[in-house]
Design a protein around this ligand. Sequence first.
Ligand code: FES
Length: 276
Amino acid sequence: MYRILKREELVPNIHLLKLESSHIPLKASPGQFIIVRADEKGERIPLTLADWDADEGSLTTIFMTVGTSTQKLALLNSGDTIPTLVGPLGLPSQSENFGTVLLVGGCYGIASIFPLAQQLKKKGNRVIIIIEARSKNLIYWEERLKEVSERLVVVTRDGSYGYSGHVPDNLKKILEEEKVSRVVVNGCTFLMMITSETTRPVNIKTIVNLNPIMIDGTGMCGVCRVQVNGNTKFACVDGPEFDGHQVDWNVLLARRHTYIQEEINSLSFWECEKYG
Ligand code: FES
């Protein structure tokens, strides 16, 4: 069993989960993920690493409550235990001196770009960060991200804070002002897709951290398969990072929605059982 050191709702529906682990922080790198289960009957949830501390023996991830499994996870507290914690999984992010790197984060991706920004800055890159949320009350870790970037741009879709609109509306302007060599996007599939489509015409390498449904996380079940440059890849072992200009977004979106009705049924059933 694996002990929870902290579980905190940072902003509505977005939770921080800090777990005790002596071995994962020793091997973890930016871009990698873990798989957890909230209980013995729970599904396996892949979560991107947002931070870790080998001296303390801890790792931190951020998740959004979307279905039964993440709702169960959100009810756990420090001192509770979970039965499954596997990681670090996936290939680390490529990290070298690219020049100027622009990181884009939305939702849980606001947190998972943090360790990458830290590492890219150490390698001598100029790091620019754009974080996006629907509204001001969904922005978190702003101060933390300022510390690991040269420029931080906040975008809210309702215009309640920072720049107004979607990432692409503001990204175009930033790309005119800055000589960006590489873009990395973490967040929901839609954000990764529209950002990739914005950088495609100006031919800036754009890396996305894909988030398909996963089971084992070790390349055996085939559930996480994605189409990249016309080839079948497994996000858990060949990724999760891929070139966003080569990802078949239609296939990815369709596969992510395969079990949507089952997910709705499961959540309704669980809520009825729990809250009556
Ligand atoms: Fe099973 Fe990737 S999660 S092959």
